[in-house]
Design a protein around this ligand. Structure first.
Ligand code: ATP
Length: 227
């Protein structure tokens, strides 16, 4: 099976997240997409977020109806309080999966730009293939410059809506980076939280970028209210 794993804070999950998961599934012909809200994002520790339970509940609402897409609890908060590392998550999926399963890590261009700072970046980058969606304001052309020094580009090819970049580590281990250039959802969870804090506007910005069920959840659970 071809399985995509899409981790994130999802605070809240919005139309940009849904669009990325869908285009990744379609272009890479994924059999399953796992949406994994993260208990503690290593590069965002100290940032206060809605509870894991609220973010899981909102992800269930936001991705309801997306075919072959399910919410995974694999990145639930760890009992030891440590951050959830993508390297550990992918390794566990590979260990617990079936022979022949192929895993793809799905993320946005802004996240990939920081990949060199991720836990065991040089190991992670050859552990599985990566699907990176364009995000307004982040240049896909800069992504390869964000790679750690030990990872070189092996080859590049492209077709409509999908660019493929080969990655090769010094010891010969290889993987692929699939770039999705035609995703253009100019939406940010940080901005949504700010807009909701200023007052829910169902017919305005927040109504356009969140599903009605997520908006209702935010309202009924009084999330992101200021003060
Ligand atoms: P913020 O906007 O506050 O930075 P975020 O939505 O980027 O929040 P996450 O919920 O952690 O934060 O994002 C999960 C993943 O989705 C990340 O890999 C991020 O790059 C990607 N992503 C988020 N929004 C978009 C978007 N509008 N277009 C493409 N990718 C996105």
């Amino acid at each position: 099976m071809r399985i995509g794993i899409f981790g994130g804070t999802f605070d809240p999950p919005h139309r940009g997240h849904v669009a990325l998961a869908r285009i990744a599934r379609e272009r890479l012909r994924l059999d399953r997409v796992l949406i994994a809200p993260v208990g503690s994002q290593p590069l965002k520790t100290g940032v206060s977020h809605s509870s894991f339970e609220d973010r899981v509940a909102m992800a269930q609402l936001a991705f309801a109806g997306e075919s072959h897409t399910e919410i995974s609890l694999i990145d639930a908060p760890r009992p030891d309080g440590h951050p959830n590392y993508t390297f550990d998550t992918i390794q566990r999926l590979q260990r617990e999966g079936s022979a022949g399963d192929l895993f793809f890590c799905i993320l946005g261009a802004d996240s990939f730009l920081s990949v060199a700072k991720w836990h065991r970046a040089a190991d992670l980058l050859v552990l599985c293939d990566f699907i990176v969606g364009a995000r307004p304001g982040f240049d896909l052309g800069r992504l390869t410059a964000a790679l750690p020094d030990s990872i070189a580009l092996a080859n590049e090819s492209g077709s409509d809506g999908l660019m493929v970049v080969g990655l090769r580590r010094q010891d010969g281990c290889k993987s692929r980076l699939y770039l999705l250039p035609d995703l253009a959802e100019d939406i940010s969870a940080t901005e949504i939280r700010g807009a909701v804090g200023d007052g829910i506007n169902k017919n305005g910005t927040t109504g356009a970028v969140l599903s009605p069920s997520v908006l209702n959840y935010i309202e009924s659970h009084a999330l992101y209210r200021q003060g």
